[in-house]
Design a protein around this ligand. Structure first.
Ligand SMILES: [Fe+2]
Ligand SMILES: [Fe+2]
Length: 179
């Protein structure tokens, strides 16, 4: 297996692991009756599977091997909603670092179809980190105030919580997530 193909296959684990962890987070939030946050994390879980699918499609289209990774059982308990979203932010930063590593590798090898594929991911990660940072900051503002937490939960349910974050860089290509 070529070095870049191996590296892309390795990256699939980051996307699937994020998907699995976000699903566990969605369940934990649902158990706390924070239905807006829960729905948001379920959507994010599905988006991460979409990211993996996108890379798998690239590998297949360019006649390279796909080796699906083993996914570990995710963490399933968090100290607070704040701690959970700090975890989301850390995960996203890890995924960004992995994407940038792939990009550097592809550039060094002159693999233009790979850098073209990865351009979408670079923009997506910028958006994902901006979202996660925004939610973390909102939660810090809410502090121990339950009413503020419930208001944010309601905004996630109504789809308005991230209205000022989405589209910061022309928006993430949401419609293409399942591609
Ligand atoms: Fe992702
Ligand atoms: Fe992500």
């Amino acid at each position: 297996m070529k070095e870049l193909t191996r590296a892309i296959n390795n990256h699939l684990a980051s996307e699937f692991q994020a998907s699995h962890t976000y699903l566990a987070m969605s369940i934990w939030l649902r158990e706390k009756d924070l239905v807006g946050f829960s729905a948001y994390m379920l959507t994010k879980s599905n988006e991460e599977r979409g990211h993996a699918s996108r890379m798998i499609a690239y590998l297949v289209d360019s006649d390279q091997d796909v080796e699906l990774p083993t996914i570990e059982a995710p963490q399933r308990d968090w100290a607070s909603v704040q701690a959970l979203f700090d975890h989301v932010y850390d995960l996203e930063k890890g995924v960004t670092a992995s994407i940038h590593h792939l990009y550097t590798l592809a550039e060094g090898l002159g693999e233009r179809s790979a850098t073209a594929m990865l351009d979408w991911f670079v923009s997506e990660q910028l958006q994902e980190e901006a979202e996660a940072r925004f939610v973390c900051k909102r939660l810090r503002l809410a502090g121990d105030n339950s009413a503020a937490l419930l208001l944010l939960d309601q905004q996630f349910l109504e789809g308005t919580a991230l209205a000022h974050v989405k589209g910061g860089m022309g928006g993430s290509d949401q419609g293409a997530d399942a591609a």
